[in-house]
Design a protein around this ligand. Structure first.
Ligand code: AMP
Ligand code: MG
Length: 484
């Protein structure tokens, strides 16, 4: 008996939005990892998740009682170009479960075989990219950023061709929703405009219930989507997360991070970083992410135009930039340990980032290092820490010292605040690479340890010292394939 309480509301929507599809079994599946923290957070039955029945469902060998797997239909703007042909091509929405706190979650099995929307693809996901998705979800979640997360990861002997032969895997993904901007766009652009209110009402009832009783509920809903997306983009910029493929089919209607491909976390602070090697024009370069968020919201606004008057859509979109800036400013002030607000704070943050860029400094380590010693010591040792950038660094540290002084806290408290806002451990590509290589050889221990470290990024432990450093030479210019 499945320990899962399924209630599948999405398949009660018109069948233009989905196709029923059974998963294809993976050859010789083996459990690679269970996300025990997530299982506990959702109040699920940990013993059941370790059972053979759970593994069978995770590997596509049959379907758990109550699940009703479907491939979702959607479209999307890929690198600015409309594509109506998209949909779940290598994943299935198994259904929705209600957790112990009566919250509803989508369970989505990624890598479960081909579907009517697979186009030329094989419907599979490889172990390498599934590990990367698992790691990123945990890393972002621990940094307080809304994201989909993996609950379980299964490997197999199934051969899957990418640039080279790899093996197939499945990832059980948990999300508030898998409805994407591209769902609405597809209805609008592909002759299903009559279903727009049906899908909008569904999303509102499930995710934006406070809009439900309002006369202008569609407008109120869109305003909240704008604000959540703005906050998500601000969060990504706060921690140096680069998504890599910000197509509208990869944007969640609830403002969670969704669909990890060739993503990366900035190590050396380089705003112009492009993490996706296939992004030749740099459309999704890191510094452009906030403007892409707005571009995507414009595409969504267009799709919602039959439901919401144009002036109201424009008013809602105008909220994006102020919401983004306010959330970003608050996040960056916290990274500097500032609880009060002063008008010069934004310039202080900008000058700090400019210094990091000029010095080619490691983003995360430099933030964390502001808590290593007192600011007086850091000013005294600027030469040793900053080399040719010492004068610029000393000038900035003196301004920061004066600003921190006006918080009326002692050095100890400042350092504590910084350690609570700046992770000691971040997801560096080379750390992911080590975990992937080991797991591909059947050793899941490095992956498990890395997950534990990333789930507790602020808590420095001596046994995790090796995870805090910058990448060794071999790990600095790893090329992340966009094939996943
Ligand atoms: P992504 O860039 O991974 O978000 O995928 C874009 C579209 O291609 C989605 O409709 C995916 O379902 C589909 N897709 C990606 N990889 C595969 C694959 N290996 N087999 C089938 N469809 C795929
Ligand atoms: Mg996608």
């Amino acid at each position: 008996m499945s320990a899962l309480a399924f209630d599948n509301s999405y398949t009660r929507l018109p069948d233009a939005l989905w196709r029923r599809q059974a998963p294809s079994p993976l050859r010789h599946p083996r459990l690679v990892d269970l996300n025990q923290s997530l299982i506990a957070e959702l109040g699920l039955d940990a013993a059941w998740w370790s059972s053979p029945e759970a593994l069978q469902g995770l590997a596509g060998h049959g379907v758990w009682p109550g699940a009703d797997p479907v491939a979702m239909k959607y479209g999307g703007h890929q690198f600015g170009v409309w594509n109506p042909e998209l949909g779940d091509g290598r994943g299935l929405l198994l259904g929705e479960i209600i957790d112990s706190r009566q919250r509803r979650w989508d369970l989505h099995l990624k890598g479960s075989g081909s579907t009517p929307f697979s186009r030329m693809g094989d419907g599979r996901a490889v172990l390498r990219s599934s590990i990367r998705e698992y790691l990123a979800g945990e890393a972002l979640h621990a940094l307080g950023i809304p994201t989909t997360r993996a609950l379980a990861l299964v490997g197999s002997d199934e051969p899957v061709r990418r640039e080279q032969m790899e093996t197939g895997a499945t990832l059980l993904r948990v999300a508030e929703s898998h409805v994407r901007f591209g769902h609405f766009e597809w209805l609008f652009h592909s002759g299903h405009g009559d279903l727009l209110p049906v899908l909008a009402d569904y999303v509102i009832a499930r995710h934006y219930p406070d809009c439900l009783p309002l006369k202008n509920r569609y407008e109120a809903f869109f305003i909240q989507v704008v604000e959540r997306t703005a906050r998500l983009m601000a969060d990504w910029q706060r921690v140096g997360f680069a998504h890599g493929v910000m197509n509208t089919d990869n944007f969640s209607i609830t403002g969670q991070t969704l669909d990890f491909g060739p993503y990366g976390f900035l190590e050396t602070y380089d705003p112009y970083h492009i993490c996706n090697h296939s992004d030749h024009n740099g459309r999704y370069a890191w510094y452009l992410q906030p403007s892409v968020g707005l571009w995507n919201l414009n595409a969504l606004a267009h799709a919602l135009s039959p439901l919401i008057p144009i002036p109201a859509l424009k008013d809602a979109l105008a909220r994006y930039e102020p919401a983004l800036i306010a959330h970003y400013d608050a996040g960056m002030r916290a990274r500097l340990g500032l609880a009060t607000v002063e008008s010069e704070d934004r310039v202080l943050v900008q000058d700090w980032l400019q210094l990091l860029q000029a010095a080619g400094a490691d983003l995360s380590r430099r933030f964390r290092s502001l808590a290593d010693t007192t600011l007086t010591v850091q000013i005294d040792f600027a030469e040793a820490d900053w080399g040719e950038h010492a004068a610029q660094a000393r000038a900035w540290l003196q301004r920061y010292q004066a600003r921190a002084g006006r918080e009326n806290i002692d050095e100890n408290t400042r350092q504590q605040r910084l350690r609570a806002a700046n992770p000691a451990y971040v997801l560096r590509n080379y750390l992911a690479e080590i975990a992937i290589k080991a797991a591909e050889q059947g050793d899941n221990t490095p992956l498990r340890t890395l997950l534990t470290v990333l789930q507790n990024p602020f808590e420095e432990r001596p046994e995790w010292a090796a995870y805090a450093g910058e990448a060794p030479a071999w790990g600095r210019c790893l090329s992340i394939s966009c094939s996943s």
